[in-house]
Design a protein around this ligand. Structure first.
Ligand SMILES: NC(=O)c1ccc[n+]([C@@H]2O[C@H](COP(=O)([O-])OP(=O)(O)OC[C@H]3O[C@@H](n4cnc5c(N)ncnc54)[C@H](O)[C@@H]3O)[C@@H](O)[C@H]2O)c1
Ligand SMILES: O=P(O)(O)OC[C@@H](O)[C@@H](O)[C@H](O)[C@H](O)CO
Length: 450
């Protein structure tokens, strides 16, 4: 279900003739047995790639729905769901056509979603809808649409199904279950009961750095591959997927592609959310305050790197399972972050800070406190976020956050009151802890450019 090319086919790209658009050319797509919500870059570099690399890939096609706009589906549908994965290593690019997406669908097409979820052959729903969406209850959110689709499945008697959250959310299986049941209860109480009995919520830790595709990436694929692909995806060579939970209607043999199935996901999830994503958030806020644009640039700044390693030292004390191999994991992260050919923009990582810091910094701060230490490095990450939102607000620079209005109101306050109000948006449980507020307040400004 995937085809690799590492060198440019010769011909059209060099003769100036129009390049053919990527397409299946009559070769059938695999049958749809997986529905995905959130057709973005990461879904295509990760779950779709793992599915294409499973030994039974020919039996598992994905119908992938966009979240907000139809655009990504329109572009991909014109290519029969095919796209190029550009695996960008430090020493060069490898190109691979991924064929597991059988259908690319506008998220607004709820009739198609309900139709697929009503079919017993649909066994899995995967999600990459971003962290903030799990807090949205409106009927037109991706989870609202999923709940209506599950109601259609119940009515059709199509049987059990697995929902697999692949978002960077702590306890993503439980969080997805709570959100789905909350929305279902608002529709009809019986539906929430059906969901609890028939839907398995699988927890995952997902990892593959996948920055946004640029026009230069589109041009590179055309030049190197000899076809036109309007929607390639660029990712690092590294890919990791750890899952825990039941698949009552079956699943692809993702383990053949390197996925790992475990009984207890939490230690793996914490390792990834704290060490990788926590470091990313720290670099995103401190790095931008210090004038950097990408992860690799921020990492090369000794102040940022020292703050990141201090945070890792704190987090590592709470990652005690030997299988986590934390020293090797940290070394691998340094190599991955330093990849000079992956332009991972700090502005993209910085979005939705309140939701992200709650999972990336606050648990480490609380764990350090519980052990009688100050958690100064985790506190510094929160202080850097406060400086970042205050600087954005005062310069009029746009930033994205589900609590943006509350952030803007808080930055209107002065001094320690401002620190306390902002902390309340990230960690309400800590605002009455005066030493914590004082510590974070004292750290404000410590990572801005001197
Ligand atoms: N990019 C990565 O490196 C990476 C790695 C691991 C995990 N993830 C997880 O995957 C998620 C998606 O990342 P991506 O790079 O594919 O992003 P993306 O912007 O390419 O895609 C996000 C998808 O979610 C939808 N969406 C976002 N906000 C929405 C909203 N408010 N309502 C409805 N739909 C909405 C978008 O329409 C899009 O389909 C991340 O938030 C993260 O949790 C990403
Ligand atoms: O995708 P987000 O917005 O949750 O977080 C930004 C990055 O930290 C994240 O995308 C990482 O690159 C990714 O989690 C690596 O697997």
């Amino acid at each position: 279900m995937s085809e690799k090319t590492s060198a440019a086919p010769q011909g059209a790209a060099q003769t100036g003739e129009p390049l053919p658009l990527l397409g299946r050319k009559g070769v059938p797509a695999p049958p749809v047995r997986i529905v995905h919500l959130g057709l973005g870059a990461f879904h295509r570099s990760h779950q779709a790639w793992f599915t294409a690399h499973a030994s039974d890939a020919a039996e598992w096609g994905i119908a992938s729905f966009t979240g907000r706009r139809p655009d990504a589906a329109v572009t991909l549908a014109a290519q029969d769901g095919l796209y190029t994965l550009v695996e960008r290593g430090g020493d060069g690019d490898r190109f691979e056509v991924v064929g597991s997406i059988a259908e690319a669908v506008d998220g607004g097409d709820v009739a198609r979603l309900n139709g697929l979820l009503s079919s017993p052959s649909t066994a899995i729903v995967t999600l990459t809808v971003t962290e903030a969406v799990y807090e949205k209850d409106d009927a037109d959110s991706p989870l609202g649409r999923l709940v209506r689709g599950l109601a259609a499945r119940r009515d059709a008697g199509a049987g059990p199904i697995a929902v697999v959250s692949c978002d960077n959310v702590a306890g993503n299986g439980e969080v997805a279950e709570a959100a789905v049941c909350r929305i279902a209860e608002g529709i009809d109480v019986g539906l929430a009961g059906w969901v609890r009995e028939h839907v398995s919520f699988v927890g995952t830790s997902v990892d593959r750095i996948t920055p946004r595709t640029t026009p230069e990436d589109v041009a590179e694929v055309a030049a190197q591959c000899g076809y036109r692909d309007e929607s390639p995806v660029v990712a690092e060579p590294f890919a990791n997927w750890i899952l825990s939970g039941e698949f009552p209607a079956g699943r692809p043999r993702w383990e053949d592609a390197g996925a790992q199935f475990v009984d207890d996901i939490e230690p793996f999830e914490n390792r990834k959310l704290w060490l990788l994503n926590g470091a990313h958030s720290l670099l995103a806020y401190a790095g931008q305050l210090r004038g950097h644009a990408t992860v690799a640039e921020a990492l090369a700044d000794p102040e940022c790197r020292q703050a990141m390693e201090a945070f890792w030292d704190e987090a590592e004390r709470h990652l005690t399972l030997p299988e986590l191999s934390v020293p090797a994991y940290r070394q691998a992260l340094l190599d991955r972050f330093a990849n000079p050919r992956i332009a991972h923009h700090l502005a993209q990582i910085a979005a939705d800070g309140t939701t992200k810091l709650r999972m990336r910094a606050v648990p480490v701060l609380i764990a350090e406190h519980a052990d009688g230490r100050s958690g100064v490095a985790a506190a510094r990450m929160i202080a850097a976020w406060m400086d970042f939102v205050a600087a954005s607000a005062s310069s009029g620079a746009d930033f994205q956050d589900p609590l943006k209005e509350q952030i803007l109101a808080a930055v209107g306050l002065e001094g320690r009151d401002r620190t306390a109000a902002l902390l309340g948006l990230v960690a309400p449980e800590l605002v009455d802890d005066s030493p914590v507020v004082d510590r974070i307040d004292a750290l404000r400004g410590s990572l801005t450019r001197s």
